[in-house]
Design a protein around this ligand. Structure first.
Ligand SMILES: NC(=O)c1ccc[n+]([C@@H]2O[C@H](COP(=O)([O-])OP(=O)(O)OC[C@H]3O[C@@H](n4cnc5c(N)ncnc54)[C@H](O)[C@@H]3O)[C@@H](O)[C@H]2O)c1
Length: 356
């Protein structure tokens, strides 16, 4: 593998900490730095795990150029620090999400340029416009909405949304900051030769995700079942039929390693990354899996009102990543939920602190 000094921003968060630990476990001789401002509640629980696996933790805020200038030398930056909620800014000022996801990412990009380092960006499926995604033809089935097979749209098939899906239209402040960052990343790749890869991810999940109502829904659902706390189906009629694909963070790690081994793609390439149709579920179906995995049933209310940033169905068309890296997701929803439930059971005392 070409990279020896890897710096992961958001390195105490769900994706960042899992990548950091897996990198050290798989390639013991690389140095991995995890930088985080520990803003996300629960990220502090990852610090002993990072240390135990030989990851070097650096307390830093990516919005602060002085913090970023103090970073040690590195040859790859994996950007996992963000305000990751699609609801961000909706009920207040947009500045925090813009400063974090756009200005902060620019600080990281500048650090990569100064270090002659490569940049792997964890972007989001939320770059695709809400009205266009919700305008795709669909049918209602007993447990989920499904896209109809009839009709053709650019970048879309019943199998999912591909990289050439049109980008015109509003997408949430979260999605807009990520897309704006993507544009700058591609500009740095073109103007300065910074090696860049962009992964537009659907829902990522797995153990060590500190699920909350506005982000990390799969882990939240499992933990609420475990701790016997109520949940609510929100939006699209309040019946829990909205659908997402999910990707276990270890399947994502498998893709990242394949990308790290292929220098030819580090030119601003964009990949849609997710579980796809085969690894997808509705909230109702998630509830059934959680009941099986935790042996508990909890009260589930319904609220029909839909948030302006919610989408009815999102499924990833992974074809480009499959063609370039011979990569496919391997873990199915029941196994993913089972894995999270096992982790919740093993860390009950810790997690009770944030579930209270
Ligand atoms: N989890 C998903 O489903 C998903 C899907 C698509 C994309 N992503 C992207 O993946 C990345 C990681 O998401 P996650 O799910 O691990 O979220 P997370 O909240 O668990 O992790 C983000 C980490 O970044 C840290 N952080 C936030 N602001 C910071 C700042 N200014 N300086 C330093 N650290 C800061 C937080 O404390 C947290 O530990 C994000 O960029 C997110 O947009 C996540």
């Amino acid at each position: 593998m070409q990279f020896r000094q890897i710096l992961i921003t958001g390195g105490a968060g769900f994706v960042g900490a899992n990548l950091a630990v897996l990198l050290k476990q798989s390639f013991g001789d690389v140095t991995v730095f995890a930088c985080d401002n520990l803003k996300r509640r629960g990220s502090e629980f990852n610090l002993p795990r990072l240390s135990h696996n030989g990851v070097v933790f650096l307390h830093a805020d990516i919005r602060c150029p002085e913090d970023v200038q103090c970073w040690p030398e590195f040859d790859l930056l994996i950007d996992c620090s963000a305000e990751p909620s699609v609801q961000a800014g909706l009920s207040g000022s947009p500045l925090p999400v813009i400063q974090n996801n756009l200005a902060g990412t620019v600080n990281c990009l500048e650090a990569a340029r100064r270090n002659d380092a490569a940049f792997l960006f964890v972007s989001t499926s939320r770059v695709y416009p809400i009205a266009a995604v919700n305008g795709l033809p669909f049918e209602e089935q007993p447990t989920r909405f499904v896209w109809s097979r009839d009709g053709r749209r650019p970048g879309w098939s019943a199998g999912g949304i591909a990289e050439d899906f049109p980008l015109e239209g509003a997408r949430s402040l979260y999605g807009a900051t990520k897309l704006a960052a993507e544009l700058l990343l591609q500009e740095y790749a073109y103007s300065y030769g910074v090696p860049v890869v962009i992964n537009r991810c659907g829902l990522l999940t797995g153990p060590w995700q500190m699920g909350k109502v506005d982000q990390g829904v799969i882990a939240l659902w499992v933990a609420r079942h475990h701790f016997d706390q109520p949940l609510r189906y929100t939006g699209f009629g309040g019946e829990g039929k909205q659908v997402r694909d999910v990707l276990h963070v270890e399947d994502f790690f498998d893709l990242v390693v394949r990308q790290m081994r292929q220098p030819s793609i580090w030119n601003g390439s964009v990949y849609n990354v997710g579980g796809g149709n085969d690894v997808s579920l509705s909230l109702r179906e998630l509830t059934d899996l959680c009941r099986d995995a935790t042996d508990r049933s909890i009260p589930l209310a319904g609220d029909p009102a839909t948030s302006p940033v919610d989408v009815r169905i999102y499924l990833t068309d992974n074809s480009r990543a499959t063609a370039d890296f011979a990569w496919r997701p391997t873990r199915q929803p029941a196994a993913i939920v089972g894995d999270i439930a096992k982790w919740v059971r093993a860390n009950e005392a810790l997690l009770r602190q944030i579930m209270a």
